[in-house]
Design a binder for this molecule. Structure first.
Ligand SMILES: Cc1cc2nc3c(=O)[nH]c(=O)nc-3n(C[C@H](O)[C@H](O)[C@H](O)COP(=O)(O)O)c2cc1C
Length: 205
């Protein structure tokens, strides 16, 4: 089993990292191979909708998006973590996720997805919703935990005092392991569901 973690915080050792690290420990204790990538303080270009990726299978902006693409392709699960900025995920992370999910041509069906959000006080649920939508448009089952996968903290390290939030990270990781293992068994026994050729009506009738 293989999991890609994307830390959407500019702080590579901040609260989001600490929450993700709590998940990482549980995953690794269960034999899962984990890669954690940090968005960090890179300026990440947003998607320009040029659609060149439809011909080439990769993004025209040759940055972290194209480095992460093969890691996502081989992963059984994806975890995306973000600090809350004005009740949304971090903007650099969103730029990265838009381009990563749009430009990669491989099938993501039944790779599982989990999102984690971190804030001082508010905007957690709205940020959580945004991140989960990358999974549900891609045929990726969303892993759930014991709450809405959020941890509270302001200055780096404060999340460690949120015992309930950190327990939620461990529960989420344990559920993720179970779901990935179950899906692997299901794939072996039944195969992936057949897919119809995609129809796009674009609201034109
Ligand atoms: C630009 C900016 C906007 C923020 N907006 C919110 C917010 O809407 N709600 C909130 O509770 N905290 C907000 N915060 C606080 C961070 O979410 C919080 O400090 C978090 O723990 C930072 O995580 P990190 O250490 O992983 O970067 C904001 C912080 C910044 C820098």
């Amino acid at each position: 089993m293989n999991v890609l973690i994307i830390n959407g915080s500019p702080h590579s050792q901040g609260n989001t990292f600490l929450a993700l690290q709590e998940m990482r420990k549980v995953l690794e204790n269960n034999g899962v191979q984990v890669t954690m990538a940090h968005v960090g303080q890179q300026s990440i270009q947003g998607c320009t909708g040029c659609r060149k990726c439809r011909d080439t299978g990769r993004c025209v902006f040759d940055d972290m998006v194209n480095t992460l693409a093969p890691l996502l392709e081989k992963a059984d699960g994806l975890i995306v973590g973000s600090p809350v900025y004005f009740a949304s995920p971090n903007a650099s992370l969103l730029a990265l996720m838009d381009r990563l999910m749009f430009s990669t041509p491989f099938d993501k069906t039944m790779k599982v997805g989990a999102s984690v959000v971190v804030a001082r006080r508010g905007g957690l649920s709205s940020s959580f919703d945004v991140l989960n939508k990358y999974f549900t448009i891609s045929g990726m089952p969303v892993v759930s935990g014991q709450y809405w996968n959020s941890v509270h903290g302001s200055a780096a390290g404060e999340v460690l005092k949120d015992a309930e939030g950190m327990q939620g990270m461990r529960t989420l990781a344990a559920n993720m392991v179970f779901l990935m293992q179950s899906i692997q068994l299901g794939k072996e026994k039944y195969g992936l569901p057949e897919r119809e050729k995609a129809v796009q009506t674009n609201f034109i009738r």
